[in-house]
Write a protein that binds this ligand. Structure first.
Ligand SMILES: Cc1ncc(COP(=O)(O)O)c(C=O)c1O
Length: 400
């Protein structure tokens, strides 16, 4: 694609690069020798679809989160959709969530036939304002869907108490929060259902993949069935060496299963999660120290008694900054550094504006953040030299 720049120069992929140094890709995952060997071994077994490796990953992930059941899915989007339909969210229901999230969160509510109801996020913590949820509850409210933004856990005490008082389900979007802990309780073992993402840029990846955790045996069983065509038996048992087995279709289900190939990557990633979090914590504190004096807002400090999963390091470029956010994105790209925007508020996107009638100023914090936020690379793959370079360029662009 040829993109015209202001000064008439054309670039193939965006603004012309001014740096010869290797491009730092935003959210680049660590794929180590163990992951490559694990995938190769799986390929050699010829069982590459859903099978024993997926079961192994489910068992290991349940142990990691402390949840009784973990059910692997093809993505977090699939996990969220399954969580909705298996727990009975459907047409006529409302689900309360945040506009400061990826579209998959609210799209899943809509896919289930329900109505998304947004409650604004905090300006500092960027999580749903738990103290404002109660005012949004109506007789049609069925569930609260908090998103642990950037890996910072939402106030699950307040949300849990509200849900009990009003008889609501809690379905967590923990796409950023694989390692998060809220007051001694691991995210994944707190609510009715929790959905994780193993997308490429996430703290743990299977290339594409996800997981639903729950402590409810019946829900776990339904997720398994609904996630694989609505078949009564595991498809991978159908063709196993135990001989052919008939199956019954008990629901018009979905094709949301993870493959053994993908699960092999996940099994090699899981043992590294804690060490990678330590590395991201270190990069985070280096950024905090280096950007202290810049005219930008730094991410809020982690709350006591919680563990922040450090998925995204966000800067807010307000009026005090020498350039606007989008100019900053281009300037970083020109210097060979990938950045992200998490997120332009969901309610400001055309579909949500036009179909649901949302106006930007209805959720002013999410709107403001969406116009001013930028995420810097935070992958544990970054070497000290990469971090030095990112700090140097950010400071030079922002006049430090
Ligand atoms: C908050 C949030 N929810 C849901 C998703 C969807 O995850 P997946 O890509 O695994 O479907 C993402 C992915 O970016 C996300 O960031």
């Amino acid at each position: 694609m040829r993109i015209p720049l202001d000064d008439g120069v054309y670039s193939d992929y965006g603004p012309v690069r001014v740096s010869d140094e290797p491009y730092i890709i935003f959210g680049s995952p660590i794929i180590d020798r163990a992951a490559i060997d694990a995938v190769t071994r799986t390929l050699e077994t010829s069982w590459i679809g859903t099978g024993p490796r997926v079961q192994e990953l489910e068992t290991a992930f349940a142990a990691y989160t402390g949840a009784k059941y973990a059910l692997a899915t093809s993505s977090c989007t699939a996990a969220l959709h399954l969580a909705m339909v298996t727990s009975g969210v459907g047409p006529g229901d409302e689900v309360i969530t945040t506009p400061m999230t990826f579209c998959a969160t609210a799209n899943a509510i809509i896919h289930a036939g329900a109505t998304p109801v947004f409650v604004d996020c905090g300006l500092d913590d960027m999580n749903i304002d738990a103290s404002a949820i109660e005012a949004a509850i109506t007789p049609r409210t069925k569930a609260i869907l908090p998103v642990h933004f950037a890996g910072r856990p939402c106030d699950m005490d307040v949300i849990g108490a509200l849900a009990s008082r009003h008889g609501l389900l809690v379905i967590e979007d923990a796409a950023h929060a694989t390692e998060s802990v809220f007051r001694g309780r691991k995210v994944g073992a707190i609510s009715n259902l929790t959905c994780f993402s193993f997308y490429v840029t996430k703290n743990m990846t299977t290339a594409e993949g996800g997981m639903v955790t729950t402590n409810d045996a019946e829900l776990a069983q339904r997720i398994k069935i609904f996630g694989l065509h609505g078949l009564s038996a595991d498809a991978w048992n159908r063709f196993s060496d135990k001989g052919y087995k008939h199956y019954d279709v008990v629901f018009p289900g979905f094709k949301y299963n993870l493959t053994d190939l993908a699960a092999s990557i996940g099994l090699a990633q899981l043992p590294n999660l804690e060490a990678w979090l330590v590395r991201r914590e270190l990069i985070w504190s280096r950024y905090d120290a280096a950007f202290q004096d810049l005219p930008v807002r730094l991410p809020a400090a982690a709350l006591p008694e919680t563990r922040h999963a450090r998925h995204l390091y966000t800067l807010l470029l307000d009026d005090a900054a020498p350039i606007r956010r989008d100019e900053f994105l281009s300037a970083m790209h020109q210097r060979g550094i990938g950045t992200g925007v998490h997120y332009r508020a969901l309610h400001t996107h055309p579909y949500y504006r036009e179909r649901w009638g949302f106006r930007p100023e209805q959720f002013p914090n999410a709107y403001w953040i969406g116009e001013h936020t930028v995420s810097l690379p935070l992958s544990p793959k970054l070497g000290d030299g990469d971090v030095d370079r990112i700090i140097r360029e950010v400071r030079s662009i922002l006049g430090g």
